[in-house]
Write a protein that binds this ligand. Structure first.
Ligand code: NAD
Length: 370
């Protein structure tokens, strides 16, 4: 295992908490990265193969995402060792155990991530108050159900189109990953006249240059089927989604799906990153050199965490969606202005924006630990 201290820098992490309770099989790590802007928000990731290093990298990503989004929150993340598909009663014991272990870590607001959901957050709420991503019944805004991140992607795409030579109306869209992010991005862009021509999930892909019916695809997924079961189109394996000709390509599945060895296959004019780190930095640079505009992940996919921050403030769904729209449009524009004025990559502009905000927040503090 790499020595965790090698990652320490001027921003953090401010606190790392290891949780271990063998009697219930609880093993977890919390990394609170930077809290200059306010208590950290970041999800609890549950998986058998998580690590302290991964937790730190995810916490830092949240510091940057929250700062870029202009939220009064720093970045943190927790990882919980275990199979998220374990029996419900066993999972509930672990989640409640973790909530209790973190009861006094006031710099961290608990939230969902891969392997945890709104039901888990409701169990946490029953133990401690600092939690977001709750079900409606206990005052939450179910961000995946309403498509908070997809809503933000729509607005980032609209602003990005100001730099492109085509319109959203009639634009051909391809989406990799048809889950909480991908299906809502398709729905919101479709409502603006874009045409979904291709989609993929983990089981396969479907392509039809005349357009796919988005509601029918959403129904297929809700019935537990793959988008590849869609009746009218050319089926392929999930990798085929990289080769589909389109105007807007939206990765909304796994990390590192586009890299230096396959980026040449991408035939899009605009990429809006819904997933976290879906494109390696090398590949982003290569896209930029080819004139393909790429809106970086922590700018484009901030809708979910903005929604969570609004929920924490007690805002309603309508206010949360309005905040996502306003912040995504504003930040995408700031990034694109910097790209134009300084001749830098969108990711470099996004990093500058986020770091400048975190560092300014740090400058107001006596020191970063509470
Ligand atoms: P999800 O589990 O709801 O959906 C993921 C989708 O990707 C599924 O359709 C799955 O079948 C598909 N998929 C998995 N592997 C694939 C592959 N190799 N090729 C094609 N499709 C594949 O997850 P989600 O919440 O939609 O999150 C998707 C990504 O977006 C993740 O990287 C997540 O970290 C990121 N993200 C999510 C949110 C949010 O609000 N949910 C916010 C910001 C970032």
């Amino acid at each position: 295992m790499k020595e965790i201290y090698q990652f320490y820098d001027e921003l953090g992490p401010t606190k790392i908490v290891h949780v271990y309770e063998p009697r219930i099989g609880l093993k977890a790590v919390l990394v609170v990265d930077n809290v200059a802007a306010g208590p950290s928000v970041g999800g609890i990731r549950m998986a058998p193969d998580v690590s302290t290093e991964e937790c730190f990298r995810l916490a830092r990503a949240m510091t940057l995402k929250n700062a870029a989004a202009g939220l009064a929150h720093g970045g943190g993340k927790a990882v919980l060792y275990g199979d998220p598909k374990m029996p419900r009663t066993q999972k509930e014991i672990l989640i409640r155990g973790l909530a209790n272990a973190l009861r006094d870590i006031k710099e961290y607001i608990l939230a969902p991530d891969m392997g945890t959901d709104e039901e888990c957050m409701a169990w946490i709420k029953d133990e401690v108050d600092r939690v977001v991503g709750l079900p409606r019944e206990v005052g939450g805004i179910p961000l995946d159900e309403i498509g908070a991140t997809g809503w933000g992607i729509r607005h980032a795409a609209e602003v990005a189109l100001g730099e492109c030579d085509f319109k959203l109306e009639g634009a051909r869209v391809v989406i990799q990953g048809f889950g909480a992010v991908g299906k809502h991005a398709a729905r919101f862009l479709g409502e603006q006249g874009a045409v979904l021509v291709g989609a993929a999930d983990s089981a396969g892909a479907i392509y039809n240059p005349r357009g796919l019916n988005i509601n029918q695809l959403i129904e297929l997924k809700a019935a537990g089927q793959s988008v590849a079961e869609y009746p009218d189109g050319r089926k392929g394996d999930r990798e085929a989604v990289i080769d589909m000709e389109c105007d807007i390509w939206i990765p909304a599945a796994r990390p590192d799906v586009i890299h230096a060895d396959n980026v040449g296959r991408l035939k899009a004019r605009l990429v809006v990153e819904g997933a976290n780190i879906p494109i390696t930095h090398d590949a982003e640079r290569m896209l930029h050199e080819r004139g393909v505009l790429c809106i970086p992940d922590f700018i484009a996919n901030a809708g979910g965490v903005i929604c969570a921050a609004m929920e924490y403030k007690g805002a309603c769904e309508v206010t949360a969606l309005a905040a996502i729209e306003e912040k995504l449009r504003h930040n995408t524009k700031l990034v694109l202005d910097a790209v134009r004025q300084k001749g830098i990559l969108p990711r470099e502009a996004a990093m500058e924006l986020a770091l400048q905000r975190v560092k300014r927040a740090v400058s107001f503090r006596r020191w970063s630990v509470f």
